[in-house]
Design a protein around this ligand. Structure first.
Ligand SMILES: Nc1ncnc2c1ncn2[C@@H]1O[C@H](COP(=O)(O)OP(=O)(O)O)[C@@H](O)[C@H]1O
Ligand SMILES: [Mg+2]
Length: 446
């Protein structure tokens, strides 16, 4: 039988057979390769025992041979596949973890360990919420329980991780659930990409944009200073007039106390009006970080209407307001949205400055539009050249002698940072229409 045993396996076979002959063992089992007559190899599993000899017969080897070539081939294929997936798992450029139903990673790859600063061993003992930023942990956990309960079969989120050293890491995470034949969850696979650099760049960009928006706001305020001063002078003049009238009445032997009361009420109102203008102006001028709150677009429109009254009269522009009642609130930064409106309104008035032969009319309209609020600013000015249509929104593009060309570019980036869009179109008649949409804040709904 040695002749048909594959050369490499002969030594082991010989050693076991000798041990059997020497009585060191009763039998042996061996997995080895045999060579067929045609030269090909086959895997066999043999069980060999020794049948003692008698006087007339020699001792005999009794060999039970099982052809396990197929099994060996399947095992090899499986281990090759296992090695392939293991290499893929270990060398992947994304962090990967397999988690049990308690969210504990029972397998994790090198990349994930690098990203989080924990060893595989440390990760095994903690649920993923333990290395998630506390602010993002509840949302992640709730999605994970949706996976377990079968409400969804995967999810994808951007979340913050906490590394072992306490540092913050932004990750783009996709999680899948793997179920057995009966549909029971076996484990989840989470894949994380480190997007910290991208998030930092986004944040820096946002800060730079807010900075620029502030500079532009202050510049616009400078341009509006004269009309804002006038806006203030009006209530002040009324206050002085009412106070003088009251003083006069009080010198009379029978003072008109009702008249005095009325004048004082008007003085209080005008005082509030003046304070209001100052407060709005200050809001626009001070530098604050953008703050998104639930607000009504109509209120923002009214904010700026309060500031532009004099500007409108000075330019002989009539303003028409068409505000939809019962609009859903949006999530926005009040000052930035005021800025967008002021930019559009000032542009509209400037476009009408050269128009002498027709009424100068500015329309501001708000309306509902499928999950969004739409704001329209329409003028009857010079209109837009089709070839300038897109360049208008570029930074520093201006057709005005003293223009900065930043108004529309800043307005667009503000609206886009709010998840909306800003665009322009020519009117059927003279003039241009600028519109922006903002998504309504559905989360706040009961
Ligand atoms: N309502 C409008 N009608 C016609 N053209 C407009 C209107 N608004 C803006 N534009 C054009 O777009 C250009 C850029 O506007 P903007 O970014 O606000 O900068 P600026 O007002 O400083 O020129 C303007 O110079 C003008 O040519
Ligand atoms: Mg402008």
């Amino acid at each position: 039988f040695m002749d048909i045993t594959y050369e490499e396996d002969r030594e082991a076979n010989r050693r076991l057979a000798n041990e059997l002959l020497e009585g060191k063992r009763q039998s042996f089992d061996l997995i080895k390769r045999n060579r067929r007559k045609d030269g090909t190899l086959m895997w066999v599993s043999i069980h060999v025992s020794l049948i003692p000899g008698t006087q007339s017969n020699d001792r005999l080897f009794m060999s039970i041979v099982d052809d396990i070539t197929e099994r060996k081939r399947a095992e090899e294929a499986l281990s090759r596949s296992e090695r392939q997936f293991r290499a893929l798992f270990e060398e992947a450029a994304v962090g990967i973890a397999l988690c049990d139903s308690a969210g504990r990673p029972f397998e994790s790859n090198r990349k994930l360990e690098q990203m989080l600063g924990y060893s595989a061993h440390e990760l095994r003992g903690m649920p993923f919420t333990a290395f998630t930023d506390p602010e993002d942990a509840p949302a992640d956990w709730s999605l994970f329980t949706d996976l377990l309960s079968g409400k969804r079969d995967h999810y994808h989120i951007e979340k913050r991780y906490r590394r072992k050293d306490g540092a913050l890491l932004w990750g783009d995470l996709t999680v899948y659930i793997v179920r057995d034949d009966r549909g029971q969850p076996m484990f989840s696979i989470g894949m994380v990409q480190d997007i910290t650099d991208r998030k930092r760049a986004e944040q820096a960009l946002q800060e730079a944009q807010a900075e620029l928006a502030h500079v532009a706001r202050v510049t616009t305020l400078g341009e509006m200073a004269a009309s804002i001063a006038h806006e203030l002078n009006q209530p002040l003049a009324a206050i002085v007039a009412d106070a003088n009238a009251s003083l006069n009445w009080l010198t009379k032997p029978h003072p008109d106390l009702d008249g005095v009361r009325e004048a004082l009420t008007a003085i209080v109102q005008d005082g509030h009006r003046a304070a209001d203008v100052i407060q709005r102006t200050r809001q626009l001028a001070t530098k604050t970080d953008p703050q998104k709150v639930r607000l009504q677009v109509n209120d923002v429109i009214e904010d700026i209407v309060a500031l532009i009254g004099t500007e409108l009269r000075g330019r002989e522009v009539s303003l028409r307001l068409d505000l939809a009642p019962e609009l859903l609130p949006v999530l926005g930064d009040r000052v930035q949205l005021q800025q967008v409106l002021i930019n559009l309104v000032m542009n509209g008035m400037e476009a009408m400055a050269a128009v002498g032969d027709r009424r100068r009319e500015l329309l501001i309209r708000s309306q509902r539009d499928a999950g969004q609020v739409l704001v329209v600013v329409q003028d009857s000015g010079t209109g837009i050249d089709p070839d300038k249509m897109h360049r208008m929104f570029d930074a520093f593009f201006t057709t005005k002698p003293s223009g900065m060309g930043m108004g529309l570019s800043i307005s667009r980036s503000i609206i886009e940072a709010h998840g909306g869009r800003l665009w322009a179109s020519p009117n059927a008649g003279p003039g241009a229409t600028f519109e922006f949409s903002l998504p309504t804040d559905s989360k706040g709904e009961a």
